[in-house]
Design a protein around this ligand. Structure first.
Ligand code: PMP
Length: 384
């Protein structure tokens, strides 16, 4: 039997979502930009999906743009904001962002833009006042994720928005990568006071390859790709109608079931952490404390002293438990996670982090099994 505790990487496609996807594919639709009946049927489905996503997020449908995933949505938010502004427009972000924000930020810096990376505290949380203090009159965009995929830390996005409003001078726009927050904690981008937010369907039981960029009315973005006029010219290319329809259902279900998800996975994760800490007192929990309201309910990022997280991960995998550790760089060499380094860990310590992330179908018996495997493999990995 295998136990999958890597839901922050991706989630299994929900049955209802798969059925909806197949239903739409089976219809043999036309291109939603075509004017004939098959095209109009596709257009109607696309419009309806946009309305459903908008309703789930509490925003207007004209503000919802479909992309190929959150990586593209994040790139569009960053490059699109800076390229729509003055030629010296700059960016403020944090040191713990996902690679799909950090790498565009680094690329913008290479192209001569002023980019500030605000550090986080030992729990992985940026101080909203420090984020606002990094803003200069040239800052066009501030980007802070609503939930960290590794530590589960939940930065105070509304606090960042409030600090930005408090500053004298022009207010930079605020973007939040809300990929890991959706379906796990309440997500209301317009109430947070942000202007742009990114989402990904495959983190909430939807298909991979479908993302959403929410852009508040009146916010201008330069497109990154040029072609037909789809998505109001902001993201041209023929839409994946079946994928988008399936994604819209996943958004609806995730938002509808969010409170139940948080209660269920929160209880299981707290129990799993309590059992783990009792069994292996040397293991440390990273990120905000277990009962903090500033942590994702489903995520446990643990530090295993004197253990190579990647080696343990492989052993756990062979024993049937799927978890995740840091991020391997493209060359295949093993780099410690930039997020764990940003918490102040040494490179050696950062290599001993492991992340367990629970999902909507995770059960108490999955957690018991995971605990037993974890204990056995951790103890034997130290003996060898
Ligand atoms: N942001 C965060 C916080 C993520 O966890 C991920 C997925 N690992 C992404 C962005 C990228 O999303 P996608 O896979 O849809 O490109």
């Amino acid at each position: 039997m295998r136990v999958y505790l890597d839901h922050n990487s991706t989630t299994p496609l929900r049955l209802e979502v798969r059925e909806r996807w197949l239903e739409v594919v089976a219809q043999g639709l036309g291109n939603p930009s075509s004017l004939h009946a098959s095209g109009r049927r596709a257009r109607a489905l696309l419009d309806e999906a946009r309305e459903r996503v908008a309703a789930a997020l509490g925003v207007h449908e004209d503000e919802v743009f479909f992309t190929s995933g959150a990586t593209e949505a994040n790139n569009l938010a960053l490059f699109g904001s800076l390229e729509a502004g003055a030629s010296d427009a700059g960016l403020v972000t944090t040191t713990v962002e996902h690679a799909s924000v950090l790498e565009p930020a680094r690329e913008l810096a290479r192209r001569g833009r002023a980019v500030a990376f605000v550090p986080v505290d030992a729990q992985g949380l940026p101080d909203p006042a420090a984020v606002a203090a990094a803003v200069t009159p040239r800052t066009a965009l501030v980007s802070v994720a609503a939930a960290n995929n590794e530590t589960g830390a939940l930065p105070d996005i509304a606090g960042v928005a409030a600090e930005l409003r408090r500053r004298a001078g022009p207010r930079p726009r605020l973007h939040s990568d809300a990929v890991q927050a959706l379906g796990r904690v309440p997500v209301r981008p317009s109430e947070w006071g942000v202007d742009l937010a990114s989402f990904s369907a495959h983190k909430i039981g939807g298909p991979a390859g479908v993302g959403v960029l929410w852009r508040a009315k009146g916010v201008t973005l330069a497109p990154r790709t040029h072609g037909g006029g789809q998505e109001l010219g902001l993201r041209p290319g023929t839409e994946s109608v079946a994928g988008v329809v399936a994604a819209a259902l996943a958004f609806e279900l995730a938002v509808r079931e969010q409170a139940e998800f948080a209660a269920r996975t929160g209880e299981l994760a707290r129990q799993l952490w309590a059992d783990l800490a009792a069994l292996l007192p040397e293991v440390r929990l990273l990120g905000p404390p277990i009962d903090s309201r500033r942590r994702l309910p489903n995520t446990l990022c643990v530090l295993l002293p004197n253990t190579d997280g990647k080696v343990l991960l492989t052993r756990l995998d062979l024993a049937g438990l799927e978890v995740s550790a840091g991020s391997a760089c493209a060359s295949g060499s093993i780099e410690p996670s930039h997020v764990l380094l940003a918490l102040g860990l040494t490179r050696g310590a950062a290599r001993s982090g492991l992340r367990l992330s629970l999902g909507r179908n995770t059960t108490a018996s999955d957690c018991k099994l995971a605990l037993a495997v974890f204990h056995k493999e951790f103890v034997s990995s130290r003996a060898t």
